[in-house]
Write a protein that binds this ligand. Structure first.
Ligand SMILES: [Ca+2]
Ligand SMILES: [Ca+2]
Ligand SMILES: [Ca+2]
Ligand SMILES: [Ca+2]
Length: 270
């Protein structure tokens, strides 16, 4: 499948939503994230309750990692959308300057991807509908903890403010093998985990959350709560270096035009 243009998809989703009058349960980053128009989708995955990948490829619903981004990758964005039965739909978006040009190494960091990212990230943009999330753009205090290993609480790489006594935004991945697994994006300056999905290499129910875990370890380690969500979708998007940014006005006009066409057709059919 080719990479989908976010704007075109957004229009069809918007049109569909307006005509059916119903917000889809799963909104996707296209409807939630203002900057998504200049990004292309690389991955989507419905997070399973439990996983033990052991280097195998996760069951992505969308996987465009085989289609290279002409001219290179400028930015990478992670989006997590969660909902419990009867609860509010919650989402968070965290985009950052590209930390790799390898699309195969921006998804779930299972062993066969060779991806281990334990580092700061630059120019973090954060958007969310969760009130406790510190949002903003160009944030200079982002970091990621992506690995397939087991890990310990000590602050191995000296992330400012991290607690050596619990699992948070500064931990130690000094173990080998496909054991537990961590996929976490943080804003250490705000003392905040933005999104976390852990234990996809450990078997047993995964750890999944937006923001800091209010009880237990802040980065959701050992929460084992993935089964509590009826909606749990992660999306990963990239912005090409030579991207174009669609103008909001023209997008809106195109949307109105489409709606107008549908409306007159219905009127004419009377
Ligand atoms: Ca720690
Ligand atoms: Ca951590
Ligand atoms: Ca280490
Ligand atoms: Ca494993």
């Amino acid at each position: 499948m080719n990479q989908k243009n976010a704007s075109a998809t957004a229009l069809s989703l918007l049109t569909l939503t307006l005509f059916t009058g119903a917000q889809p349960a799963q909104a996707t980053a296209i409807l939630d994230v203002a900057e998504i128009g200049s990004y292309s989708q690389i991955y989507q995955i419905n997070v399973p309750n439990a996983a033990d990948y052991n280097g195998g490829t996760p069951s992505y619903g969308v996987n465009n990692a085989g289609s290279p981004i002409a001219g290179g990758i400028n930015r990478i964005g992670y989006y997590l959308e969660l909902q419990k039965a009867g609860g509010p739909r919650q989402w968070v978006w965290a985009s950052m300057d590209a930390f790799t040009q390898n699309l195969g190494q921006i998804g779930v960091p299972v062993a066969n991807t060779g991806a281990v990212w334990q580092q700061n990230i630059n120019n973090l943009n954060v958007a969310s509908n969760v009130g406790s999330i510190f949002t903003g753009s160009g944030i200079s205090t982002g970091n990621i903890e992506f690995w397939h290993n087991c890990y310990a609480t000590d602050n191995e790489v000296g992330v400012p403010g991290a607690n050596g006594g619990n699992y948070d935004f500064g931990d130690n991945n000094n173990y080998t093998g496909s054991c537990y697994g961590s996929m976490q994006v943080h804003n250490y300056g705000a003392g905040q985990t933005l999104l976390a999905w852990n234990r996809w290499d450990g078997g047993g129910n995964g750890d999944l959350g937006i923001g800091n875990n209010p009880s237990g370890h802040p980065d959701w380690t050992f929460a084992g709560n993935a089964g509590q969500y009826t909606l749990k979708s992660m999306e990963i998007w990239v912005q090409a270096t030579n991207h174009t940014v669609p103008e909001p006005l023209s997008l809106a006009l195109m949307g109105l035009g489409l709606i107008g066409m549908g409306f007159s057709r219905r009127v004419g059919a009377r």
